[in-house]
Design a binder for this molecule. Structure first.
Ligand code: SF4
Ligand SMILES: [Zn+2]
Ligand SMILES: [Zn+2]
Length: 318
C-alpha cells in the first residue's frame, strides 16, 4: 500500500489515510502538539514533571514534552516510580535510564520500598492486600507518590502518558461501575477543583491510540520492551480493554467515538460535580496532610493496613 501523501510504502493505515514512516511521524507529532495547544496543557512559567515508566507511552510523552518544552523554553524533568515488580519494572527502568541519558533529561526515580517500606511483589506475597487486587494497591500508591514527589520537586504540571485507549477504558469502567463523578475528573486536564496540594495532571497523548503510540516508539527507534506488567490480567481494566478492542475491530473508529462523545458531555459533568464538591470543605489527611475526602487518605489507610498485617505475621512466627 502506498502513502496517501507521497510515493513511499505505507507503514500505517487509520483515519482513512495511509502514511509512510516520515508522514506517520509528522502526523503523530502534529496531533500531540495540537492537543497541547488546543487545551493549553503547558504554560511558559510551568515546571513540567513527566510521569514515566520506560514503557512506550511514557517514552512517547516524554519525547513530545521534551520537544515542546525545549522549543518553548519551559522547564521539565522526568519522574519514575519503581513499584518493585521483578522481571518487568526493572527492565523498563533500564530503558528509561538509557533514554534520559541519550536525550540529556533529568530523571528522578522513587520506589514503593523507600517510601512505603516494601515492594509490590512482597506486598502481594505476604497477602497484605486482603481482598484488594494488585492494581488497586499499585494504583493508590503510585498516584499518591507521583503527586507527592512532583510537588516536592517543584512541579506545576504532571504530564502522563494516558492515551485514547486509556481514556475510553476509564470512561467505560466508571460508567459500568456507576461512578459518574469519577468521569468528571477525566479529560485532557484532570481534576475538578484547584487545590495547592494537587499538581494538575495533563495528557498530551489524549487523542493518540495505543496502536499509534506503539508504532511511533518503534519507528523512532526507542528501546522499549513491549511486555505487559504480569498483573494486568487480574484487573477490571483488562476486561474492559479487551471488550473495546473487540468492538473496534468490528467498528473501526469506535474508540475515537467513545472519547469524542465523552468530551461533549464533559463540560456539564465538570460543572455538576464541581458545584457538588465545592459545597464540601476540603479535608486534609491527619497522617500525611494530603487533601482527601475522609479523615485519612487512601494511601495512609493502606499503609496502616500493611503495618497491622506485618505485626500479625511477625507475632504468628514468634
Ligand atoms: S498493571 Fe497493575 S500492578 Fe502492573 S503496573 Fe499497572 S497498575 Fe501496577
Ligand atoms: Zn509519505
Ligand atoms: Zn495521608
Amino acid at each position: 500500500m502506498q502513502c496517501t501523501k507521497c510515493a513511499e510504502k505505507a507503514v500505517y493505515t487509520g483515519q482513512g489515510q495511509n502514511f509512510c514512516k516520515n508522514h506517520f511521524i509528522n502526523y503523530f507529532e502534529n496531533k500531540v502538539l495540537r492537543t497541547i495547544t488546543r487545551f493549553g496543557l503547558f504554560a511558559p512559567d510551568d515546571q513540567v514533571c513527566v510521569a514515566t515508566s520506560g514503557g512506550k507511552d511514557s517514552l512517547s510523552v516524554l519525547y513530545m514534552t521534551m520537544k515542546y518544552c525545549r522549543e518553548h523554553h519551559i522547564a521539565f524533568f522526568a519522574l519514575a516510580i519503581d513499584e518493585g515488580i521483578a522481571g518487568y519494572r526493572d527492565h523498563t527502568l533500564d530503558d528509561l535510564r538509557l533514554f534520559c541519558t541519550q536525550y540529556d533529561i533529568k530523571l528522578e526515580i522513587v520506589s514503593f520500598k523507600d517510601r512505603f517500606g516494601d515492594t509490590l511483589d512482597n506486598i502481594r506475597e505476604k497477602g497484605i492486600e486482603k481482598n484488594k487486587k494488585p492494581c488497586t494497591v499499585c494504583g493508590i500508591f503510585r498516584r499518591t507518590l507521583l503527586n507527592r514527589e512532583a510537588k516536592r520537586l517543584g512541579a506545576t504540571k504532571l504530564a502522563t502518558g494516558h492515551n485514547l485507549d486509556d481514556e475510553a477504558q476509564s470512561f467505560l469502567m466508571n460508567t459500568l461501575l456507576g461512578n459518574m463523578s469519577h468521569n468528571a475528573s477525566l479529560g485532557p486536564i484532570t481534576g475538578l477543583n484547584q487545590n495547592d496540594k494537587f499538581v494538575p495532571r495533563v495528557k498530551p497523548l489524549y487523542f493518540i491510540s495505543e496502536k499509534e503510540s506503539r508504532l511511533f516508539a518503534l519507528l523512532k527507534g526507542f528501546k522499549v520492551e513491549f511486555n505487559e506488567c504480569p498483573n494486568i490480567g487480574l484487573s477490571f481494566r483488562a476486561t474492559v480493554r479487551d471488550e473495546i478492542n473487540a468492538i473496534e475491530s468490528k467498528l473501526p473508529g469506535a474508540k475515537n467515538g467513545i472519547v469524542n462523545a465523552f468530551l461533549e458531555i464533559l463540560p456539564e459533568l465538570k460543572e455538576k460535580y464541581r458545584a457538588e464538591k465545592s459545597r464540601h470543605t476540603f479535608q486534609y489527611c491527619k497522617r500525611c496532610g494530603d487533601a482527601c475526602s475522609g479523615e485519612i487518605c487512601n494511601a495512609c489507610r493502606l499503609e496502616e493496613e500493611l503495618c497491622r498485617k506485618e505485626t500479625v505475621l511477625r507475632n504468628s512466627k514468634e
